[in-house]
Design a protein around this ligand. Sequence first.
Ligand code: GGG
Length: 356
Amino acid sequence: MNKKITLLPGDGVGKEIMESARVVLNTIASEYDHRFSFREHAIGGEAIDQYGTPLPEDTIQACEDSDAVLLGAVGGPKWDGNPPHLRPEKGLLGIRKKLGLFANLRPVQGFSSLLHASPLKEEVINGSDILIIRELTGGLYFGRPSERRNNGEEVVDTLAYSRHEMERIIEKGFQSAQIRSKRLTSVDKANVLESSRMWREVVGEKAKDYPDVEVEHLLVDAAAMKLITEPNRFDVIVTENLFGDILSDEASVLTGSLGMLPSASIRTDGVGLYEPVHGSAPDIAGKGIANPLGMILSVALMLRHSFQMEEEAAEIEKAVNECLEQGYHTGDLDIKDGKKVGTKEVTEAVIENLTT
Ligand code: GGG
């Protein structure tokens, strides 16, 4: 099977972890007799420096014309003072919007060798397996106006959603719950926000089409607390853009490190974009110590969702688990009697497990 994959390494540690993704894909290609062809393009801060825009037209075209997109990370202090349209994050938000990627799937799955790496008690997190579904193309991230006013003395951001945007992501939540444990938690702030009251209405309407799915509504503040105190009560969580961004970073505590979380950004059909949840980590960029596992697990999600290569995806997940069981880890994780190594060595350990 020949698949065209666009690689967008981006900024900071993005480049280092993208190399890990490439090596893993080449190994899968030779083990399973697939052909993956890679084209690398610029996005984020690197693209601003090279082309004067965080999302060059070339990059958009390459993504539209590929079978899947892998992204590393964007951002960094170098561009912090830039005007809003020249910020690296604009590139990432822009490509999600251009490709119509409205659903961001963030699986939060604990690996047994990392149970004690979390600051939470092992008995609380043991068995945690949550799918957070974040709406990706609406809400505060895209609402207009979003600007400073009155000589910079006032500021406005806009939280805007259409009913259609809510319906399609909530539907995705119900569909995902139906093939898992048939429990869906909808997270909002309906005691304060009009958008959340409409969100609840839409959840109520959609629930009629999925009578076998048990639905609960949680306010985002309560959800944030319960994710830490009772993570095992959750199966599928569906929520809007900003709440999903924050809750999924919070949920990474269950896995031991933000560096472990993969994500898939998809639409009903067509190209998908896969990236680790973490950002560009400028403080450790270029040192060869970034955790590549969130990126490698994103490769597994890509194989499963975009290419229907379930066996290959499961092999990668198994190899990651074995790598951790053998004690190989980067400095963001803590494994008892483990071997603290760099990005390259962790990747090599995964490859070793993939090929034996
Ligand atoms: N790999 C994820 C990443 O680079 N995140 C940085 C970022 O700009 N995040 C904004 C968002 O995910 O909405």
